[in-house]
Design a protein around this ligand. Structure first.
Ligand code: RUB
Length: 316
């Protein structure tokens, strides 16, 4: 068990947030990053500088690694933790960890506002949009388009095994958007039947090749969209760029508990429950980001420019 070096209360709060992230109580890349980075920084800021240097830095490293493995396919959380740590040069900087965290969180929240406006401009009046799972960014685009007075329908999949599609359904219905709901295996049928005009997905991670990693089923969405000649857009902050893909690693895909699929499954049955999969860059018309509509090939450069600027800006 890891002993706390800072406030016991802040440590307990961090452990609760970690548990909630792991159990999906806190769900979706943006939320995972906001709650995770904030709790991490709030705890770090309570570590007094009376502790031995090596002990403190080891402690932070262990915590960082623990946060990184909570949901392995979530670079927005990892980038946020790295951002906070990059601001801690000496132990006397630790009090400023929360300031760094709030800078990062503000950037993420602002990105959602900007993406919503840009994305809403892509939603045509009298059109049908298709989405999968629950992306707070994709939902915000749809709600913004609706508030602009646009009239459209949205087709939403269930998103088995844990039905995040229902979160999207409720959010959209609550504001008055017309929603059609189908099981995941009806996705191609629904695209064809309802003459879908545009596919809008969120993302958990973006690779150096420009591939988007999103909820399992997203690759199938892309294949069906290709067959139906429907453009697919990915709404995502650049802060979901996976830095590790730059050094040759592949984005890790989280494998979740088989019991999410079948609680009382027959013995000796092998159940696989991958949470995410990649959408090839050739199947992505463009990303809708805080820096505008960007082709997949440009994401890496745009991320680098943006993340560097964010780091510079926040030191001033
Ligand atoms: C949620 C999911 C979302 C992305 C984007 O998966 O795949 O589409 O995380 O979300 P899970 P957002 O439910 O397993 O976390 O747009 O809110 O960042």
């Amino acid at each position: 068990m890891l002993e706390n070096l800072g406030s016991a209360e802040a440590f307990k709060k961090l452990e609760t947030v970690m548990r909630d992230i792991k159990s999906l109580k806190i769900q979706g890349a943006t939320n995972v990053a906001i709650f995770g980075v904030r709790a991490f920084a709030e705890y770090i800021s309570t570590i007094p500088d009376s502790h031995d240097d090596l002990e403190v830095w080891n402690h932070i490293e262990v915590l960082k690694n623990r946060m990184f493995t909570l949901r392995v396919t979530e670079p927005a959380l990892k980038n946020g933790i790295r951002f906070v740590i990059s601001k801690l040069k000496t132990k006397s900087d630790f009090g400023a960890a929360t300031v760094a965290a709030e800078t990062y969180i503000r950037a993420l929240k602002r990105s959602k506002e900007v993406i919503a406006k840009i994305g809403a401009a892509r939603v045509e009046d009298n059109s049908t949009i298709f989405t999968h799972c629950h992306s707070s960014v994709a939902s915000k685009i749809l709600i913004t388009a609706f508030e602009m007075g646009k009239n459209f329908d949205v087709v939403v999949t269930e998103t088995r095994p844990v039905y995040q599609g229902r979160i999207t359904v409720k959010e959209l219905l609550d504001v008055g958007i017309k929603v059609k709901h189908v099981v995941d295996s009806a996705m191609r049928w629904a695209m064809n039947k309802f003459e879908v005009d545009l596919i809008l997905l969120g993302a958990d991670a973006i690779s150096v090749e420009g591939m988007a990693i999103n909820k399992i089923g997203s690759h199938l969405v892309a294949l069906a969209a290709r067959e139906e000649h429907i453009p697919l857009y990915v709404a995502s902050s650049l802060l979901k760029f996976d830095e590790e893909t730059k050094i040759g690693k592949m984005t890790q895909i989280e494998m979740r508990d088989p019991s999410e699929i079948w609680e009382e499954a027959p013995e000796n049955l092998e159940i696989y429950n991958p949470a995410f999969e990649g959408i090839r860059r050739d199947d992505i018309a463009a990303y809708i980001t805080e820096k505008g509509v960007i082709p997949p090939q440009m994401i890496y450069l745009e991320f680098q420019k943006y993340f560097e600027a964010l780091k510079q800006h926040s030191t001033n």
